[in-house]
Each structure stands twice: as structure tokens, then as C-alpha cells.
Design a protein around this ligand. Structure first.
Ligand SMILES: Nc1ncnc2c1ncn2[C@@H]1O[C@H](COP(=O)(O)OP(=O)(O)O)[C@@H](O)[C@H]1O
Ligand SMILES: Cc1ncc(COP(=O)(O)O)c(N)n1
Length: 271
């Protein structure tokens, strides 16, 4: 049996809710064979980030070569890249192996406030990573940081999406989790037009790793050959289910439920 493959290049979250762990769980649930290259190890739980240990460039390069020289991949998803040297290495490997369908989640700050990207690396992200991105998936603060724009309204978000497209990303999705409204809008711009997806805000503390999960779902769908719009819709539904059926693990910001989307699909098929 042939399965599509996806590679996540991101940080490890010991708590299992975000980073590499969230990505692999999402790939598995969407029936894509998951592979990983770890850029940093974090000691994390639902109370926060307690330690960040970046991997050496050599260790990251070897992981990427191990995949590139033997296994190949139909899609790549990047998460926590930590510094500009890691960003430049990842971009050079994406080009060397001709990897297509590159989903860039420009992870900068954990929900608890810890820095997962050094400030100086924002420049490298804009100059080198965006031009190889099939799609970039910032939340509102990340879109503000990357564009220098203030985003208070949907109209301002559209301007930011256009600015990110100008920087080289072929598609831009600005997520609405940080919206002040109780109706959340996620916005896709493909250089020609906008697609808006809406949902109600779910009131819960357990949203750790929503951005990783969302971007990983996009990568899984693109790996299987689905269109950007299909991937956008499935990712939104996947993360909504994962937040709605939260697991209540830990005493802080808990992880989401990566089983929930498939469990809902199974119920729909049976009824
Ligand atoms: N409380 C919530 N209720 C419903 N959907 C949410 C909620 N928080 C985030 N989402 C959804 O989760 C995804 C990730 O959004 P966001 O929180 O903006 O990203 P990040 O985790 O990168 O900060 C988006 O599809 C967003 O609409
Ligand atoms: C290793 C790693 N990668 C990404 C995130 C962002 O996730 P969140 O924004 O939900 O804290 C994280 N906390 N840890």
C-alpha cells in the first residue's frame, strides 16, 4: 500500500501537545506517514516552557539528509526553527532535495510567553524562508511581527496577507485564534482572492499546540494531493474538533485532542 509522506522540521515538546509531537499525531490521524527532524528539545508541560535546548546544525543537517537521501517526502512542515542559522540550513535543504509543498508555521512565542525564535531570526525568516513557502500560517501577532502592520480588523488582516504574499509565500493563511471577537475567522489569500472560514470561539484553557496542529493538517492534506482550499477547510475542522473535545490533561494550558476529528468522521459514516 502506498502512503503519502510528510516531514516536520520543528521543536520537540515533552508535553506532547505542540511541536513535533502534535505534528506526528496529526499526520497519523490524517493517514500520512510522518517523519521528523528535531531543531530543538524543549522541556515543556501545560504550565509552560521550562528549558530550550537547540540541536547543533550538524545534527539537524544529518536528520534532513537522512530523509532526503533515502525516503523523500511529499510535504514539509516547519515549526520552531529557533535561530537564523537553522532557518538558512532548512532552506538550503529544501532547495537541495527539491521538496515541494512547504508549509511554514512561523512559530515565535509559546502561548505562555517563552521565545521559541530569536528576535534576530525574523529577518532570515522573511528573506529566505518565505520565498520557499507554499503557504505560511501566522497567527495575528506573528503576522504583525513579520509585516510591521497593526492588525485590529479583518481589512487590516487582508493587507497583512497581501504583504506576506509580496514577500514570496505563494499562499498566506492568517489564523484568527487571537482575534478579540467570539466569532473566529481564519483567512486564506492565494494572491488572487480571499477565502474566509468562520467558527465560534470555544471557551477553554486547552489550546496548547493549536497552531502546530493546524499547519500539520494542512501539510498532511497537501501531501495527499488535496488543493489548498480543501486543506484549509480540513485543517480548520480538525483543530476545531481537537479543541472542542479537549482532554483535560495537566493543570495549565492543556493539549488538544488529536483523535477527535477521526472519531467524528467515524460517527458520521456510521449514522
Ligand atoms: N478558542 C478557540 N476556539 C475555536 N477555534 C480556535 C480557538 N483558538 C484557536 N482556534 C483555531 O485554532 C487554529 C490556530 O489558531 P491560533 O490560536 O490563531 O494559532 P496559534 O496556536 O499559532 O496561536 C485556528 O484555526 C483558529 O481558528
Ligand atoms: C516545540 C514547540 N513548538 C511550537 C510551540 C507553539 O505552540 P503554542 O503556540 O500552542 O504554545 C510550542 N509551544 N512548542
Amino acid at each position: 500500500m502506498k502512503r503519502a509522506k510528510a516531514l516536520t522540521i520543528a521543536g520537540s515538546d515533552s508535553g506532547g501537545g505542540a511541536g513535533i509531537q502534535a505534528d506526528l499525531k496529526t499526520f497519523q490521524e490524517l493517514k500520512v506517514f510522518g517523519m521528523s527532524a528535531i531543531t530543538a528539545v524543549t522541556a515543556q508541560n501545560t504550565l509552560g516552557v521550562h528549558g530550550v535546548y537547540p540541536m547543533s546544525l550538524e545534527a539537524i543537517e544529518q536528520q534532513l539528509d537522512a530523509i532526503g537521501l533515502d525516503m523523500g517526502t511529499e510535504a514539509v512542515k516547519t515549526g520552531m526553527l529557533f535561530n537564523s542559522e537553522i532557518i538558512e540550513l532548512v532552506v538550503s535543504k529544501v532547495k537541495q532535495y527539491g521538496w515541494q509543498q512547504v508549509v511554514v508555521d512561523p512559530v515565535m512565542i509559546a502561548k505562555g510567553g517563552s521565545a521559541l525564535l530569536q528576535q534576530e531570526a525574523v529577518f532570515a525568516m522573511k528573506k529566505y524562508l518565505l520565498p520557499v513557502a507554499t503557504v505560511i500560517t501566522p497567527n495575528i501577532p506573528e503576522a504583525e511581527e513579520l509585516t510591521g502592520l497593526n492588525i485590529k480588523s479583518l481589512a487590516e488582516r487582508k493587507l497583512a496577507a497581501e504583504a506576506l504574499f509580496e514577500l514570496g509565500a505563494k499562499n498566506v493563511i492568517i489564523k484568527g485564534g487571537h482575534d478579540t471577537d467570539d466569532n473566529l475567522t481564519d483567512l486564506l489569500f492565494d494572491g488572487k482572492g480571499f477565502v474566509e472560514l468562520y467558527s465560534k470561539r470555544i471557551f477553554t484553557e486547552n489550546t496548547h499546540g493549536t497552531g502546530c496542529t493546524f499547519a500539520a493538517a494542512i501539510a498532511a492534506c497537501l501531501a495527499k494531493g488535496q488543493t489548498m482550499e480543501e486543506a484549509f477547510q480540513i485543517a480548520k475542522e480538525f483543530v476545531y474538533c481537537a479543541i472542542q473535545k479537549d482532554l483535560h490533561i495537566g493543570s495549565g494550558h492543556g493539549p488538544t485532542n488529536h483523535w477527535a476529528y477521526q472519531e467524528q468522521q467515524n460517527r458520521t459514516v456510521r449514522s
